[in-house]
Design a protein around this ligand. Sequence first.
Ligand code: SF4
Ligand code: SF4
Length: 97
Amino acid sequence: MGRLFTAKVYRVPRGRWVIFPELCKGCGLCIETCPEDVLHWSKDLGAYGTPTVEVNGAGCIACRTCADHCPDCAIDVDRATARAGIRTQGTDRAPRG
Ligand code: SF4
Ligand code: SF4
């Protein structure tokens, strides 16, 4: 049985942006690749005791660039839920692989 990781979910104009702090290693790739420059370091600590990231939700265009570049699958961006309704707490996921 796979382990579940707790998600922090942010509402963004086109859906939701999700970080799994326990998977984040603080490499900063997501911050460097975001075309809107809306990611920054969080006060939360990740897998190695380094800061995780959070989003300035108002500026996020839900392009998924950050999720696609994260080497640890610590980010998910869900555009579909903008139409289906957004749940803001209690989302868990199992690790990929
Ligand atoms: S989905 Fe796009 S705009 Fe939003 S934080 Fe990620 S890279 Fe930036
Ligand atoms: S790319 Fe992934 S592991 Fe690296 S800082 Fe961003 S969320 Fe954390």
